[in-house]
Ligand binder design. Structure first.
Ligand code: SAH
Ligand code: SF4
Length: 354
């Protein structure tokens, strides 16, 4: 039985190496090859004896992701790849480059290389405005399949002497519905002897699974948390996000307050601005009173229109009024402009097209 190399933690790899009657230090060498050199084929591990590489070939799977469509946006800063998994299922992962001269927020002059990664094939949450939600749920990704997306881009960037700086779990899927595999992937990438990617540079986005938010708060992880809110009263939110039937806004906001109190960490609320639906000043005021006093920030983004949903994107003017209204009420808000619109960079949009 072959196992996905990225599915193994270092102790599991050590166990495997031991079962091959190889010295223990070989496990560390393989680990460093995977996570520090980004090697993706046993033949690249030239410092290892051929006999060991043959065992790796026989018992470990390295090529997990086959890029089946690669799209570069006209801005040349965004690359989206539709990957095929070993079972033929497809997921998306996006690289967004921000350089000091091209930054859109105008706020930060720092270079960023942000990856947007998938955690599931499809999604069970069924948000009406979301291309992934419109596809339905197929399966969870294993931790290794999550890790593989990052290692693919880490290698790609490394070849041009660049590094991944941020990872957002905002691709296809609901990461808190696949909690254990998502956290295992983060922990694996965290390892100082491996990829050494700090927890603080990850952001998990959830549609609001309250028990998972509570668990996440208890675990006191350094990972950033974003919550997709999109509406400030239950009827509208339930219409957009069926998960709201299960966990109502009041319960969700309480869980968010508890999270902030337990961790001292700021929470981000995501808000897709939909013309005439949730982009009015009245809605901004309701949102402000909902979030009053919480250490938080609102990330608003004009809706990315999808074929399965009739709503349209807000306009620049309406978005600006929404932001100003929120800020006057004391809630910090950033309007994010959409990246890679011409390559369907919105979550699930490419996968749902093929
Ligand atoms: N399932 C998680 C993370 C993946 S979705 C979540 O829902 O939070 C990442 C973000 O994209 C979420 O905030 C989601 O609400 C938003 N999103 C989905 N479809 C969108 C669309 N068509 N336009 C704008 N934002 C969208
Ligand atoms: Fe799933 Fe998030 Fe899309 Fe909702 S917005 S369907 S939770 S991926």
């Amino acid at each position: 039985m072959t196992r996905l190399a990225y599915d193994l933690d270092l102790p599991e790899l050590a166990e495997l190496v031991k079962s091959w009657n190889e010295p223990a230090y070989r496990a560390k060498q393989i680990w460093q090859g995977l996570y520090q050199h980004f090697w993706q084929d046993p033949d690249e591990f030239t410092s290892l004896p051929k006999s060991l590489r043959d065992k790796m070939k026989a018992e470990l799977e390295f090529s997990v992701l086959k890029p089946s469509i690669v799209l570069d946006a006209s801005d040349k800063q965004t690359r989206k790849i539709l990957f095929e998994l070993p079972d033929g299922k497809r997921i998306e992962a996006v690289l967004m480059r921000y350089d000091p001269t091209t930054t859109e927020s105008g706020k930060s002059g720092r270079i960023r290389r942000t990856l947007c990664i998938s955690t599931q094939v499809g999604c069970a949450m069924g948000c009406t405005f979301c291309a992934t939600g419109q596809m339905g749920f197929t399966r969870h990704l294993s931790s290794g399949e999550i890790v593989a997306q990052i290692m693919y881009y880490a290698r790609y960037l490394n070849n041009v002497d660049e590094r991944v700086t941020n990872i957002v779990l905002m691709g296809m899927g609901e990461p808190f519905h696949n909690y254990d595999n998502t956290m295992a992937a983060i922990d694996r990438l965290n390892d100082p002897d491996g990829y050494n990617f700090g927890a603080r540079r990850f952001t998990i986005s959830t549609s609001g699974l309250v028990p998972a938010i509570q668990r996440f708060a208890e675990e006191k992880r350094q990972v950033n948390l974003a919550v997709s809110l999109h509406a400030s009263e239950n009827e509208r939110r339930t219409g957009m996000m069926p998960v709201n039937k299960r966990y109502k806004i009041e319960e969700l906001i309480q869980a968010c307050r508890d999270y902030v109190n337990a961790t001292g960490r700021r929470i981000t609320f995501e808000w897709a601005l939909i013309h005439g639906i949730n982009d009015t000043p009245e809605e901004a005021r309701k949102l402000a009173s909902l979030l009053k006093g919480m250490l938080c920030h609102v990330n608003a983004i004009p809706l990315n229109p999808t074929t399965g949903y009739t709503g349209q994107a807000t306009t620049r003017e309406r978005a600006e009024i929404f932001r100003a209204t929120l800020e006057q009420a004391g809630i910090p808000c950033t309007i994010r402009m959409r990246r890679g619109i011409d390559i369907q960079a919105g979550c699930g949009q490419l996968a749902s097209r093929v």
